[in-house]
Design a binder for this molecule. Structure first.
Ligand SMILES: Nc1ncnc2c1ncn2[C@@H]1O[C@H](COP(=O)(O)OP(=O)(O)O)[C@@H](O)[C@H]1O
Ligand code: SF4
Ligand SMILES: [Mg+2]
Length: 358
């Protein structure tokens, strides 16, 4: 197979076999900063500043990076929970940003989100039956409340909760149980795509593993339609477990995208190397030297010129502050946006989409 991702992608497109479920191209979300009585726009927070990737059917892509780098904004903009500034999102053959509100409503059945804090996202006055069954009734999947209750009981079992909990309220559950309710709610409509936004970040490590396992089991289930996940976390060790590929974000951009094992075996962007060196390892002899990054994360209001990472990069070169690096291929399934790889093949105009088709 060709190692040129553009050629591979064109080939699979024409064969129609591996059409991605989701394609995000040059996505930007700039939040205006307004001042004064008239709300004059005096600048922008460039939360997402040119993000491209593709996601296959039934695939999980991990999206990692420090807090504030734009992960949540990527997820919410794709779902059109917030309006994009620029870019293109193709989902299941539809151009998401061009849909009118009625078509968008229909598409919402297929695109769900699981939040970090299930407590604030679950209505405290609604029973589990109402929370999980609401969408089924609204979309006419079931006709009566009794039918909805049966479906909810089934869904609860799937996420490892006793069906006898259907009449309870969110406050009666632990954090891990509430996250299971959030998953049951997201799965009720058998969506094709779920954004898991820090879905396990607030939970104890042992509970994290249980929830990750549930998400992975459910994804294997043909009867649930094998949803794709965009799995967002600030912690690389959390996404490693669940992701087939991983995208690393820094200041509104994806700086490295690779198959998961390749990223851990051969981290190529200096930022990824720093993130990896901070992960505790069971074997102390196997520990790479911790790379401490100098300085704070710069603000996305005025990101540094050239490579956004140049103000903190241990390997910075003179050109890095002048010219923004394009993405280069370090293998057919691994792209990195850094001048250290100048001379390697540049990634095609479809951006950091490598690897979904493998
Ligand atoms: N509604 C908003 N208005 C202005 N700035 C925002 C808004 N939402 C997020 N931001 C800013 O955008 C940047 C990215 O935020 P976010 O996507 O939440 O990052 P992450 O999820 O990676 O922590 C941050 O600087 C944040 O302060
Ligand atoms: S382009 Fe330069 S500053 Fe940016 S990550 Fe690479 S070496 Fe560091
Ligand atoms: Mg976030």
């Amino acid at each position: 197979m060709s190692t040129n991702p553009k050629a591979v992608m064109d080939a699979v497109r024409t064969s129609g076999r591996h059409e991605p479920l989701l394609e995000v191209r040059d996505l930007k979300k700039w939040f205006p900063i307004k001042k004064g009585l008239l709300g004059k726009v005096v600048g922008h927070v460039k939360a997402v500043d040119g993000v491209s990737f593709a996601l296959g059917r039934g695939e999980t892509l991990g999206l990692v990076g420090e807090s504030g780098c734009g992960k949540t904004t990527v997820g919410r903009t794709i779902l059109r929970l917030i309006d994009p500034t620029a870019g293109h999102v193709q989902f299941d053959g539809k151009s998401v940003f061009d849909l009118d509100s009625s078509h968008m409503r229909a598409l919402r059945e297929d695109m769900q989100i699981i939040f970090q804090d299930p407590y604030s996202s679950l209505n405290p006055r609604m029973t589990v039956a109402a929370i999980v069954g609401e969408a089924l009734l609204v979309h006419g999947i079931v006709k009566t409340k009794a039918e909805a209750r049966d479906r909810v009981a089934e869904l609860l079992e799937r996420v490892g909760l006793s069906p006898k909990y259907v009449n309870r309220y969110p406050h009666e559950f632990s954090g891990g149980q509430r996250q299971r309710i959030g998953i049951a709610r997201a799965l009720a409509m058998h969506p094709k795509f779920i954004v898991c936004d820090e879905a396990v970040s607030a939970l104890d490590v042992s509970i994290q593993a249980q929830i990750l396992n549930i998400l992975m089991d459910l994804q294997e289930d043909e009867s649930l339609g094998r949803p794709s996940y965009l799995f967002i976390a600030h912690d690389l060790s959390v996404v490693r477990h669940i992701s087939r590929r991983i995208a690393v974000m820094y200041l509104g951009q994806i700086v490295e995208l690779s198959m998961t094992e390749e990223l851990f075996d051969q981290p190529s962007h200096p930022y990824t190397r720093a993130l990896l060196s901070a992960i505790p390892r069971p074997d102390p002899d196997d520990k790479p030297q911790r790379i401490l990054l100098e300085g704070d994360v710069p603000t996305p209001i005025n990101p540094p010129s050239g490579c956004h990472f140049h103000t903190r990069c241990p390997e910075v070169m003179p050109r890095c502050s002048q010219e923004e690096p394009p993405a280069f291929l370090v293998s057919g399934t691994h792209a990195v946006q850094c001048w250290l790889y100048d001379g390697k093949a540049p990634v095609s105009e479809t951006g950091m989409t490598v690897g979904f088709e493998v």
